[in-house]
Each structure stands twice: as structure tokens, then as C-alpha cells.
Design a protein. Structure first.
Length: 301
């Protein structure tokens, strides 16, 4: 532990020196003289030597005391400056943000997050667009994007905010009479899949068990679409089988409109990112939104 870790001890020491006595410092700090004395003694133990020479008539700094005093004042000034700047940013957080998100993720999870962010910061306004082509949206001047999938473009900073978990699902009617023991059993079934460059090849799938087993399959799509909501609707109608995110299908699983199959075999999760241009200084409203994304998404993803 560093001598300068305890900010309250440092402030107490500075105030003792400024006031000229322990009793005067105690009055200024609205505490007792023994409390002030304990903090001073604790700081001197951390330093390993006496900081103040005290007798019944006067108090004076030792050489080490002078050094610690100067450093303590610098640290306190830096902390106070940072606190003031943070408070100012909180009071002045306002302006417009051009935001985009991948389609279904944006229409559900992201839209709720934005509503919560605006409630917390009423000086902010946001334009929300949807696209599964994130590079294109950044090039058009959007400030920030919240997307599902991988990003490999060097012109963009991608901050991971979580992983989207998925399940293998189909309708109860579709499964009727079919025997399922492993991923190879469903390889030849009709699949409804997600398309989009950031999702890589969604027809090549790998599944894992908790005990380390792994199986990869290559499937054929009867329908491929950019939106998972469209996939869910097709699966509800019994068109085939699909991988769908848990945040989308929770109510379907409860109502048994959809059922999870092969629960012991889990597909790879899809990363979720907040992205923004790498060649730009971010204003405080964007920095706050990016930080808020991580906090909001953590319990969901």
C-alpha cells in the first residue's frame, strides 16, 4: 500500500499544517482532536518517520514533512480538479447523437437502452438507424454503433460489451416424430439462417458440450435473412430449425411456441460490440453513452 493511497489522511495532514494545530484542524474538519491525531499518526507510520515536530508551544514540519505536504497538495488538487470536471460534464451532458444498430438487436434491446439513457440525460437527443452493414453506416457519419457480430476493420474501434447466447430451436409440430441425439442428426434438416458479413458463414456451425466434446456440421438454408425476428416467425410456422438468441425467444420458450433441442450442445455465442471511428476525439456525451452500453448490456448478455 502506498503512502499516498489514503486521501483522507493526506487531506487531514494538509489541514493540520494550514490550521497550525490539531485542535484547530479538528474544528475545521468537524471532528475530534484524538481522531485528527490518529490520522496523523497513521500517516507517519506509513511514511516511516515523523512529519510534524510538536511541543506545547509550536508545531513545525520536518524535512520529510515538507516533501509529503507538497505531494499531498498536488494529489488533492488533481483529485478535486477531476471531480469538478466530472460534475461539470454531468451537468452539461447534452447534444445530438447519430446512433445505429443491427436490425433486431436494435429494435428491442438497444431501443430500450437508449430510452433509459435519455431519461438519465434529458439534454441528449438521438437518431437511431438500423443496418447490418456497420462499416457503411460509419462512413456515412454516424457517431457510434451497437452491433451483433464481428468487426475486423482497422478504421473502427470495437469495444466488446458482451456475448449473445443462442439456442437450437424449432416448433413443437416440426419436431414431432423426429429423433435427435447429436448435432449430426439435425445437419440435413431444413434450416433458417442469418446472413450478414459480420456473422461469418452461418451455414457452418460448431457445437460444444460442457465436458469438452465438439461437433461441426454444415447445413443448407431453405431461408436466409438479415433479421432474427424474421427467422423466429418462420420457425414458429414450422418451416425448419434455427439458432436464435435467448433475449429474443424467452417468452416463446415459456409459452412453448418454440422448444429448445439438444440443450446439452451449445453453439458458439455471437459477440456484441459498441463501435466508433478511430480517428475522432469523442465528446463527453459519446464517452458516456459508450460506458453506459457496457453497464446496461452486462445483465442482459
Amino acid at each position: 500500500m502506498s503512502v499516498f493511497d489514503n486521501l483522507y489522511q493526506l487531506r487531514t495532514f494538509v489541514i493540520i499544517v494550514e490550521c497550525g494545530s490539531l485542535s484547530a484542524a479538528a474544528r475545521r474538519l468537524n471532528t475530534t482532536q484524538p481522531t485528527v491525531s490518529r490520522h496523523l499518526s497513521a500517516l507517519e507510520r506509513e511514511v516511516g518517520t515523523t512529519l510534524l515536530q510538536r511541543d506545547t508551544h509550536r508545531m513545525s514540519l520536518t524535512l520529510t514533512g515538507h516533501q509529503v505536504l507538497a505531494n499531498a497538495k498536488s494529489i488533492i488538487e488533481l483529485v478535486e480538479e477531476s471531480e469538478n470536471r466530472l460534475r461539470a460534464e454531468q451537468k452539461q451532458l447534452e447534444g445530438h447523437i447519430r446512433l445505429f444498430s443491427t436490425i433486431d438487436f436494435g429494435q428491442s434491446v438497444v431501443s430500450r437502452m437508449i430510452a433509459s439513457f435519455i431519461e438519465a440525460h434529458p439534454g441528449i437527443t438521438i437518431d437511431l438507424s438500423y443496418s447490418n452493414r456497420p462499416i457503411h453506416m460509419i462512413e456515412e457519419g454516424h457517431d457510434v454503433g451497437i452491433i451483433a457480430g464481428n468487426i475486423t476493420d482497422d478504421s473502427i474501434i470495437a469495444k466488446r460489451i458482451g456475448s449473445i447466447q443462442r439456442l437450437i430451436v424449432c416448433s413443437p409440430g416440426f419436431l414431432q416424430g423426429k429423433q435427435v441425439d447429436s448435432p449430426t442428426d439435425i445437419e440435413s434438416w431444413p434450416w433458417v439462417t442469418l446472413k450478414g458479413s459480420q456473422f461469418n458463414s452461418t451455414n457452418n456451425m460448431t457445437f460444444y458440450t460442457k465436458d469438452g466434446q465438439k461437433q461441426s456440421i454444415s447445413v443448407s438454408s431453405v431461408l436466409a435473412t438479415e433479421g432474427v425476428t424474421g427467422i423466429r416467425e418462420a420457425i414458429r410456422m414450422g418451416l425448419g430449425i434455427a439458432l436464435l438468441p435467448t433475449w429474443l425467444i424467452q417468452q416463446d420458450l415459456v409459452s412453448e411456441r418454440l422448444i429448445s433441442i439438444l440443450p446439452g450442445w451449445m453453439p458458439q455465442s455471437i459477440p456484441a460490440h459498441v463501435i466508433y471511428p478511430s480517428q475522432r476525439m469523442l465528446p463527453s456525451r459519446l464517452r458516456r453513452l459508450i460506458s453506459y452500453c457496457s453497464e446496461y448490456m452486462a445483465p442482459i448478455l
